[in-house]
Design a protein around this ligand. Structure first.
Ligand SMILES: Nc1ncnc2c1ncn2[C@@H]1O[C@H](COP(=O)(O)OP(=O)(O)OP(=O)(O)O)[C@@H](O)[C@H]1O
Length: 259
């Protein structure tokens, strides 16, 4: 039996712990006192309208931005003290497309594997398994330029998993895709949660992507304004979408309150 408190034991720590994080761009506060916990093996939706601060939060978690205030830990490893250990457990699919379209699918993935120091033979095996997982094994040697938007996204998901992370962040991964491609991508990520215990933070404002049993947080103007199981955020009176619209409603012109 261990005597270490759960909070201090990395083996028991949540997948992601964002504690009282704040971030400013000059005078503008993009994030204020944001706390989010993604439990291991859970799918958490991060809901927020345009400008809520989702991308800024992802940039702090991935260390693209220096953490100005508060603390971020990934599987118990603080980004401040153990950044390499923390980031080794993290995979990311950013909103902007970042594959090299002149390279083949395999070349893109092998390049990413080499950045993570994975030996070539091991990388090839891992890539084959991941391409199977995203249903694109037969496109391995095709240039990325020849793929559809949805297929490219699936390759980006495969790429984000090459180094075997246990936590995946996705920043509005289905924006601009048709219904079928969106459903494919949600299905792939949910299968990873179900079958491999992956933990996921999924930023979105598309309600069809969220299930009642998911964990959810609503971010508005850089602050968390609601949290809980997605199906309960609106209580018994409202759907999640109706609750969201109410929570993020802007005052009508002329009626803006001063904080
Ligand atoms: N580099 C920057 N410099 C100054 N302000 C910024 C910068 N990046 C973001 N902001 C501001 O910070 C706030 C949060 O922006 P952010 O991009 O994180 O929101 P978002 O929720 O990701 O929005 P979207 O859904 O439109 O991508 C906005 O007011 C935005 O204008």
């Amino acid at each position: 039996m261990t005597t270490t408190p759960a909070s201090a034991d990395p083996r028991a720590a949540p997948a992601l712990d964002v504690a009282r994080v704040g971030h400013r761009f000059g005078a503008r506060a993009a994030l204020s006192d944001v706390s989010i916990t993604v439990e291991r093996g859970r799918f958490m939706a991060l809901l927020g309208p345009n400008g809520a601060g989702k991308t800024t939060l992802f940039s702090v978690i991935t260390r693209l931005y220096t953490n100005q205030e508060g603390r971020v830990s990934i599987f118990g490893h603080g980004l401040d003290r153990e950044p390499s250990r923390a980031l080794a457990r993290l995979g990311v699919v950013f909103q902007a497309r970042t594959l090299d379209t002149d390279l083949t699918v395999a070349q893109n993935l092998l390049y990413h594997a080499s950045l993570h120091g994975i030996a070539r033979q091991a990388a090839k095996a891992r890539i084959a398994a991941l391409l199977d997982r995203v249903g694109l094994a037969e496109r391995r040697d095709d240039k990325v330029r020849t793929l559809s938007g949805g297929q490219s996204r699936r390759i980006e998901i495969a790429r984000s998993l090459v180094h075997g992370p246990s936590l995946l962040l996705l920043d509005e991964p289905t924006v601009g895709l048709d219904l079928e491609s969106r459903a494919d991508i949600v299905g792939i990520v949910r299968a990873l949660v179900r079958e491999e215990g992956l933990s996921v933070l999924w930023a979105t404002h598309i309600f069809e992507e969220i299930e009642a049993g998911d964990d959810a947080v609503v971010l508005h103007r850089g602050r968390i304004v609601a949290r809980g199981q997605a199906g309960t955020i609106g209580g018994s009176e409202e759907t999640l979408e109706a609750a969201f619209r109410r929570l993020v409603a802007e005052p009508k012109d002329g009626a803006r309150q001063t904080a």
